[in-house]
Structures are given as structure tokens and as C-alpha cells.
Ligand binder design. Structure first.
Ligand SMILES: [Zn+2]
Length: 315
């Protein structure tokens, strides 16, 4: 028994044309600026959202100057409207967020500052895609201020999609780290879920890990599951992927089958608990969070949520 994702993962939605050739076209960029829209993303990865976090609050680009400032990034263009993101004018003014990344935000109709984990699944398709790319780009810009070869300072180029070394001229592009995430099931009606060390009590998800240098995705799936819970998996199949810019992962989702009679051996210091859970319990926990003892599932913005939801829907 295998399954497919019911819908795209929340952060894989992107409806605006990315327009890669536009990024280096200064003349066309300048033409588009007067009608362009800008979202602001602060140092804590939050942006302003409205209407119960269903849409981004953007502002006319002309409020930010006669042309794109150096730290602006071009997210894409649709119907003659270019979409940009910028950091706030003064980052030192930004108050630290209250509450944990895991907690559900209190939603209002008034504009409010929320991070991508909190509101990624609530935003409309266009908003989710724009915000995800903006967060990924700003994480990269903050960590790429110096050339990896000569140590010289770098400057943003190509509308925020490259950085150029001021000493040796080397160009660097936004980096992405590949990570696999795998829903392990028994081929029937049970799924293997695990709780990482340091996670809130009762929180469980599917297993995940970073792809190592020189490793294939399939080999990574088998290795990670063997290391984390000590079981061998077979029938590894691709499910789908989603960007996870915290700070720069691409989650590549798989399903695999394991034998629930095999004893679980948990990785010390990494996995606190792991257990086989019935489809009925997963359905109940999705429907009414908190209604199944010791089973709180992954948040809606994660690909884990979409994977678990899609497996649970199989008849
Ligand atoms: Zn350099």
C-alpha cells in the first residue's frame, strides 16, 4: 500500500512568475518600480499579515524610494506588478517575538507580525510563496556577507539573487541544504512516529535528516531511519518536496515500509521516543488536536503535516 500527497505542502505554493531574466535587467526593473509592491520581513523572519493571517500586507514600492534599495530582493512579477521584499528600515527597532515557534498564533483581523512557521499554512497561495522565498533569501544574505574564498566583503547583486565579492569578484548564489523526510508505515494501518530530544511533551512527527556529502537521497533515507530508530526500511518512494527556509533546507519527502515487529533502538541524544501509531489515532489527533493522549502532530506549515494527513486519508 502506497499513497500520494493530497495537496501541495503549504510552503510549496508559489503562483507569481519568478522571472529569473528580469533580475539582471536594470532598465526593466526601473520601469516596473512605480507599480511594484513591497513586503517587509524583519530580523526574526516575521512579516505583516492581515485578515486572520490569510494575506500579506504589502506597500507601494514608491514609499521606499525612486528605485529598489540595495537590500531589496525581487520575488517575481505578475501582470506587470513586481513583488519585492525588504528588511525594515531600522532592524534595531524590532522587538523579539513572544511565544514559541511551536505555539499557535492568536489571529486577528487587524494587521499583525507573524513568522512563516505560524502563518505559512494560513496564507493564500500567492502570499505563502512570496513569504517563503523572502525568508529564504534574507537568511542567505545575512550569512553570506563575506567571500568564502578570499574573505572580502560581498554586495548584493541581480535584484538580491547573487552576492559579488568586492575583492576577487566571485559570485555566490543562494544556498539550499537537502534534507530527506520519510513517513515510515507498515504497509497496512500503522505509522512510525518519533519525538526529538527537546521537543514539547507529546509532539511527534515523521523522521528526517540532512543529506551528507556524496550521498543519494534514497541512501540517506535508509541511513537516517536506521540511525534514528534502528529499523530497516524497504520500498522507498518519492512523495514531494517543500522549501523549509530555517535557515535554508529543502525537505524532500519519501514514504517507506518497515516491519513493526522489529525492535526500535533510539539514537541517543537525538530521539526521545518513537512508537507505531494506528491510522484511527492519527485521524483523531488531526481532527481534534490534543484529543489523543501523548500525540500532538506536526504543525500545518510543515511537509510532515501534509505527509501524515495524506497517509491518514488512505482508506
Ligand atoms: Zn573574494
Amino acid at each position: 500500500m502506497s499513497f500520494e500527497l493530497l495537496e501541495l505542502p503549504a510552503l510549496s505554493r508559489f503562483t507569481v512568475d519568478r522571472r529569473e531574466p528580469l533580475r539582471g535587467d536594470a532598465e526593466r526593473v526601473a520601469q516596473l518600480w512605480p507599480k511594484a509592491r513591497v513586503i517587509t520581513v524583519d530580523a526574526h523572519g516575521r512579516t505583516l499579515v492581515a485578515d486572520q493571517a490569510s494575506r500579506l500586507v504589502d506597500r507601494p514600492a514608491t514609499e521606499f524610494g525612486d528605485g529598489p534599495p540595495d537590500d531589496a530582493v525581487l520575488l517575481g512579477e505578475q501582470d506587470g506588478v513586481a513583488y519585492w521584499a525588504m528588511p525594515p528600515a531600522d532592524e534595531t527597532d524590532v522587538a523579539a517575538p513572544s511565544g514559541r515557534a511551536w505555539s499557535r498564533p492568536e489571529l486577528t483581523d487587524e494587521p499583525q507580525w507573524l513568522d512563516l512557521r505560524s502563518c505559512g499554512a494560513l496564507l493564500d497561495d500567492t502570499g505563502a510563496g512570496l513569504f517563503t522565498s523572502a525568508v529564504a533569501l534574507f537568511h542567505w544574505h545575512r550569512s553570506a556577507k563575506f567571500c568564502a574564498v578570499c574573505g572580502g566583503g560581498t554586495e548584493s547583486a541581480k535584484s538580491g539573487w547573487a552576492r559579488v565579492c568586492s575583492q576577487c569578484g566571485r559570485e555566490e548564489y543562494p544556498r539550499t541544504d537537502a534534507a530527506v523526510i520519510c513517513l515510515v508505515h507498515d504497509g497496512a494501518d500503522r505509522v512510525l512516529l518519533a519525538r526529538g530530544e527537546g521537543w514539547p511533551a507529546g509532539r511527534y512527527s515523521v523522521l528526517a535528516g540532512f543529506v551528507e556529502a556524496g550521498e543519494s537521497l534514497e541512501a540517506c533515507v535508509a541511513r537516517e531511519i536506521s540511525e534514528e530508530v534502528g529499523v530497516e526500511v524497504g520500498d522507498i518512494r518519492y512523495l514531494g518536496s517543500q522549501p523549509w527556509p530555517f535557515p535554508r533546507s529543502l525537505m524532500i519527502g519519501f514514504q517507506a515500509v518497515a516491519d513493526p515487529d522489529e525492535p526500535l533502538r533510539l539514537a541517543d541524544g537525538e530521539i526521545a521516543q518513537a512508537k507505531w501509531v494506528s491510522r484511527a489515532d492519527v485521524r483523531q489527533a488531526l481532527e481534534v488536536p490534543g484529543s489523543v493522549p501523548d500525540l500532538l502532530l506536526a504543525p500545518g506549515a510543515s511537509i510532515a503535516y501534509r505527509m501524515i494527513q495524506s497517509w491518514a486519508a488512505v482508506n
